[in-house]
Design a protein around this ligand. Structure first.
Ligand code: BG6
Ligand code: MG
Length: 217
């Protein structure tokens, strides 16, 4: 029985995954190499530090500690420039309908994101008030697939892990939910997110009755 719901942010609530991709791609290109969209699946859900480590491995490149920190800052500035004009119009289709339904049913909602930019994004999109708890990249020390972020998110809303449902668009995030012992719903492609308990191509495909059942059985 589901008694609490945890949402990932990037690529689940807002379409910011594409901006992370563009900003990382630019960083790699500036260093003289490129990576594919398939490789980018491995960056989704992963922390900023871990993402840069992976990209440098792909390019067979290394940076001094100073350069590493500088590159992360440049990437983030670039990313922020893409999201300055984010509004409620950028909430992905079908998301608000599910959030409103959960709110009516008095189901606590928590955020479980790797991003350090989560709060400003929730503010810009007008969603911050809907969340009973927010756990983001500022609160955790271990990147997904480590379950830390979801375990804290569950604890903050006072719901046992086996009663939590996680919405995720990333492989690392689905794995984190599974390791945490929570139900996982993947938003994206079935063949990418095959480890999830259920996969939908978008929130628009999710029937309210399907969620209703999860809350009662
Ligand atoms: C995750 C994204 O939600 O947050 C990743 O899927 C991103 O692409 C990570 O790198 C960290 O985000 P930020 O905003 O702190 O750089
Ligand atoms: Mg995501």
């Amino acid at each position: 029985k589901i008694k609490g719901v945890i949402f990932d942010l990037d690529g689940v609530i807002v379409d910011t995954a594409k901006f992370h991709f563009l900003a990382w791609k630019k960083l790699a290109n500036d260093l003289g190499f490129d990576f594919t969209e398939l490789q980018n699946e491995e960056l989704k859900g992963v922390s900023r530090v871990r993402s840069l480590e992976k990209i440098l491995e792909w390019g067979n490149t290394s940076l001094s500690e100073d350069e590493f920190i500088k590159k992360m800052a440049v990437k983030n500035d670039n990313y922020l420039s893409y999201i300055t004009n984010l509004t409620s119009k950028d909430i992905l289709p079908g998301v608000s309908r599910i959030i409103d339904f959960l709110t009516e049913e008095n189901i606590p909602i928590s955020l479980g994101s790797a991003s350090k930019n989560a709060r400003p994004i929730l503010k810009k999109t007008g969603l911050i008030e809907k969340f009973h708890a927010i756990v983001d990249g500022n609160d955790v020390s271990k990147a997904k697939p480590d379950p830390e972020v979801f375990l804290i998110a569950a604890e903050k809303i006072g719901v046992a892990k086996e009663n939590c449902l996680v919405f995720e668009d990333s492989v690392a995030g689905v794995q984190a939910a599974n390791i945490a012992g929570m139900m996982s719903i993947g938003i994206g492609e079935k063949d990418v997110l095959h480890e999830a308990d259920h996969v939908f191509s978008s929130f628009e495909e999710i029937e309210i009755d399907f969620i209703k059942k999860l809350l009662t059985t």
